[in-house]
Design a protein. Structure first.
Length: 479
């Protein structure tokens, strides 16, 4: 009994063998990270914190809403999502080029034959039609493995870019929001400082006119008042800049915010957000999976390896299988070719000869580019460790700076209370009281700046650790 061979199984076996042969052209080296520290030197000691949705630790509903809007409407994220779709479509197109190509053909032929003289001769008409199919397949003996690896790696690069865009966007929104609240708080405190300085300048000017104070003291008080007032425009500019940044990050033109959003952003009494970090978000080794740029660099090494594998495959022979089936039927009359069925099949083996040197040069070029990608991967990892370490240093020093600024403000508040009591008891002048109030306002400004720097350090820490929102499942899933 003759064995029955399943043609689909034969094709699958051929593809599997071709894929295995294609892996031969791929380089054996893989991206390897340099030695990493076992722990951070300047990190506060405590349990690791989650790196997703970290901005919610500020406990600010307005900030949470702004981040949500930016992640859904921000043009940077939308572009990154579109590029993921583009990469997947390109990957599919690249892989399908190794599938058999099948095309249908059809044609017709009409003949009118006159035998004898016109018009007494006889006429004979014939018409035939032919149809069939043509198939061709370049068996991917050596290129399939490299091509599929490169196609998937391109998609991984696009996904890493999407992760990076979401991480950057969340951090930029949080930073702009912190800058906005810091500018508003500083503007409020500086406005009180201007009022206090103006009152002090007025008192000293009156005292100088009465001969109880010198003209120099009065002029110095006026200089202090005007110098303080000159700082207000800078805060107005900073506040407007932060508002415009928040609009642009959310895909809106500045000045087109809704009434509700404008009311929330224009609150002058809102505090500067604060996020307490009691430990590093992750260990050094976890940067390899958290940082989008590290994931992108690793995927780029796979792209370079695939390009090298494809260049090596171009040096090797290729096998093409072509075949066709054509059937001819009579439509009118009885053509000589009616009822004819033709089938043909032919294998073709091709091998580069005269351009082999050029292909070899391309292979050497791809080899060098692959080595460069490995070096860039290690460099990306070391830079990631350095950024995380620098962020943790700034985080710890910012915490100490903020504690000192708060202590100084408390001391200034104690001094101001004593000065108010002394003024009420008539044992201290109004000028001395105003000076103590001015010192309290200056301490408040210092504390606001320290709060802004501490919040910025926390944001920079999460940015350095690749913290951000998780990529939605519908984007990760294949489309």
């Amino acid at each position: 009994m003759a064995a029955v061979v399943n043609p689909l199984r034969g094709v699958a076996l051929a593809v599997a063998l071709a894929s295995a042969a294609g892996c031969v052209t791929m380089p054996s080296e893989r991206a390897e990270a340099p030695p990493l520290p076992s722990a951070w030197r300047d990190a506060p000691q405590g349990a690791e914190l989650p790196v997703t949705d970290w901005w919610q630790g500020f406990n600010d509903p307005a900030l949470n809403q702004l981040v949500i809007e930016a992640l859904s409407e921000g043009p940077d994220v939308q572009l990154a999502v579109s590029r993921v779709r583009e990469a997947r479509a390109l990957s599919y197109s690249t892989i399908t080029q190794f599938l058999p190509q099948l095309s249908a053909t059809g044609s017709g032929q009409y003949q009118r034959i006159v035998e004898g003289d016109v018009p007494v001769g006889t006429e004979r008409e014939t018409m035939s039609g032919s149809y069939g199919a043509q198939a061709s397949w370049e068996i991917p003996l050596f290129a399939l493995g490299a091509t599929t690896t490169g196609a998937r790696a391109n998609t991984q690069v696009a996904l890493a870019n999407l992760r990076g865009a979401r991480v950057t966007l969340a951090a930029d929104v949080a930073q702009a929001y912190v800058d906005l609240r810091a500018a508003q708080a500083s503007r409020e405190a500086l406005t009180r400082s201007v009022a206090s300085a103006d009152e002090l300048a007025r008192i000293l000017a009156t005292s100088a006119g009465a001969g109880f104070a010198s003209e120099a003291d009065a002029a110095d008080a006026r200089r202090l008042a005007e110098s303080t007032r000159a700082r207000l425009p800078g805060l107005v500019i900073e506040q407007r800049r932060a508002e415009n940044v928040l609009a642009v990050l959310r895909g809106k033109a500045p000045g087109t915010e809704t009434t509700e959003t404008q009311a929330v952003l224009s609150r002058q009494d809102a505090p500067v957000p604060h996020l307490e970090l009691t430990s590093a978000p992750a260990a050094p080794a976890d940067l390899l999976r958290l940082r989008p740029d590290v994931a992108r660099a690793e995927a780029q090494t796979l792209v370079a390896a695939a390009q090298l594998g494809a260049a090596r495959a171009d040096l090797l022979p290729r096998i093409n299988l072509t075949g066709s089936i054509n059937v001819t039927d009579a439509l009118i009359g009885n053509p000589t070719s009616a009822g004819l069925t033709l089938a043909s099949a032919s294998p073709i083996i091709s091998m580069p000869l005269f351009d082999w040197g050029q292909r070899f040069a391309v292979s050497r070029q791809r080899d060098a580019q692959f080595d460069q990608s490995l070096i860039q991967y290690r460099q990306t990892v070391t830079q990631a460790v350095a950024e995380a370490s620098n962020a943790l240093v700034s985080l710890e020093q910012g915490r100490q700076r903020l504690n000192s600024a708060r202590a100084a403000e408390e001391a200034a508040e104690t001094t101001a209370r004593g000065s108010r009591a002394a003024y009420s008891a008539g044992i201290q002048s109004l000028a001395d009281r105003l000076r103590s109030e001015q010192q309290l306002i200056d301490a408040s400004l210092t504390r606001i700046t320290a709060e802004q720097q501490a919040a910025s350090a926390a944001i920079a820490t999460y940015r350095a650790f690749g913290g951000g929102p998780a990529v939605p499942p519908e984007v990760v899933a294949r489309r």
